[in-house]
Design a binder for this molecule. Sequence first.
Ligand SMILES: Cc1ncc(C[n+]2csc(CCOP(=O)(O)OP(=O)(O)O)c2C)c(N)n1
Length: 641
Amino acid sequence: MELRERLLEKVEEPKDIRGLDIRQLELLAEEIRQEIIRTVAANGGHLASSLGVVELTIALHYVFETPKDILVWDVGHQTYAHKILTGRRRSFSTLRKFGGISGFPKREESPYDSFDVGHSGTSISAAVGMAEALSHQGLQGKVVAIIGDGSMTSGMAFEALNHLGSLDRDLIVILNDNEMSISPNVGALSSYLNRILTGQLFTRFREDMKTFIRTLPGVGGSVSRLVKKWEEYAKGMITPGLLFEELGLKYVGPLDGHRMRPLVETLRNVKQLRGPILVHVVTKKGKGYLPAEKEPTKFHGVGPFDPATGRSLSQDTRPTYTSVFGSTLVKLASEDPRIVAITAAMPQGTGLEPFARLYPERFYDVGIAEQHAVTMAAGLAAKGMRPVVAIYSTFLQRAYDQVLHDVCLQNLPVVFAMDRAGLVGEDGPTHHGLFDLSYLRHIPNMVIMAPKDEAELQRMLKTALSLDGPSAIRYPRGAALGVKLWEEEIPPLEIPRCEILREGEDLLVLAVGACVGPSLEAARLLEECGISSTVVNVRFVKPMDPEIIELAAKIGNVLTVEENVLAGGFGSAFLERLSDEAPRSQVKVARVGIPDTFVEHGTQNELRIKYGLDAPSIAERARALLGAQPLVSVQKTCLLR
Ligand SMILES: Cc1ncc(C[n+]2csc(CCOP(=O)(O)OP(=O)(O)O)c2C)c(N)n1
């Protein structure tokens, strides 16, 4: 039972905490934690990362004069405490809800959110730009980038550090080191940070020097004297953050990110320093909530759960597309030793964990390094392997040139498994996979597939792995349809054959992937008002089945349906083909898809309704296409013949 009034009740903005003492800041941290746990348990969200930086966030807003001093968050999934402290305490219960506040920083939401973000590795680059902008305009203000050890593995972070080290700018990089990405962090940098924490860096150097000196000719009995001398010299030379110092940043740390007093005192000192500085802060992911401390990967991003136990409230027992992809890849890998799998820091999210367990030597987690993942796959394919690169649709955007220049230009057999294609829901505009059909369709050699259900996903994976060139399969986030899976031999598909699911004379509906289900449902609704539809499961967005154009010319009214932006998507591809192959046809076409806008956050269903991708909206659109009196059979044209 709480007897005292919550400190949080009086906090609207950071200035309200600047008069508190350290003990009060510690109490505030506890209150913020409870607020975060309560809200995320109800709404879902990124729990563990946000819990890990509560003290750090308070200390930053306490010491720095935000928003004049600028905080630039990396990824932005850890900003719940920041949101609560910066004017959004009262709206925090709407976190990630349709029409509510975003789960990520948003400039339009608050002047304290300096940069919109959702993808890893942008903070140092953006901070460098901001520091330069302040300087150009003669403005005062410190710029502080806060980046996790996982995000520090991004190529962009290295590019920015490399540049920053050569600039004489006051810029503070806070390295929030919890030794975790979503899964345990990987790579040489991660091992380096770990060696700093365990104090092994100096010990290891000393051992290496001893070994080296022993190999020198003629040192004989004087070894120990020499080693001692080296040790004295090396002690002055080896600072824990030598790597960063060499890059031109002053290194401060490692600091315990959960002890308020040293955090505040160190940040105060750092604030006085000039030039680029890296502050190494050690935090615990999930701090203060036992289930999340124990299982930080599970609680990285969660749906609603029971806060007392940490148990998920979801009742859905259907498999996900992700899990079917993962189990099918395991099965196919047992039949073909050339198959290898690559993830960019998302072994769990992409369903590759079973593969990693069974085939550790054929599995690569490269860190948050999508570009490297793709070009590495190209290298593997160039030398006879069959790489499957599993990357969410939104994150593959990072590697567009690698897909084009390193994979497709050489027609290499790399399979792109693009999870989370289409509307992803509550993560919002940074995470929707709405562009992949457009950014892949124009690249020569690429085969693009979209399954209508999880059994077809299995067949597409089999098909993709039988090709001698690149291919991409895009499938949605969340529960699959629950159809029967292929257990023994998985039959491949014939490229580029589409599948006619229903035949009718008034309307042709060309549906891509997850839109097939709602399109069939729309056809049933239309039938009730006397409109008969042919519904086609497109299957291959590229190459396009010539039969699609024939059907269009025969039926005369065509509705394309896709969960992708309309610009450059499947509907555009259809119009291009129609214009090329039947230039004088009078086929009437309407395209259902995402207009030229970034889509906000909300549940997948809410967004599908808003953007006209649910069955009733599709049926409505078809009625509009067919004119004012949809019950009258429309006139058909067949100008191709
Ligand atoms: C380009 C890109 N790839 C992948 C992701 C998915 N992702 C979100 S958070 C995260 C881990 C980030 O780790 P870290 O920066 O250490 O933050 P932590 O969650 O541990 O606090 C990943 C891989 C992303 N947001 N952006």
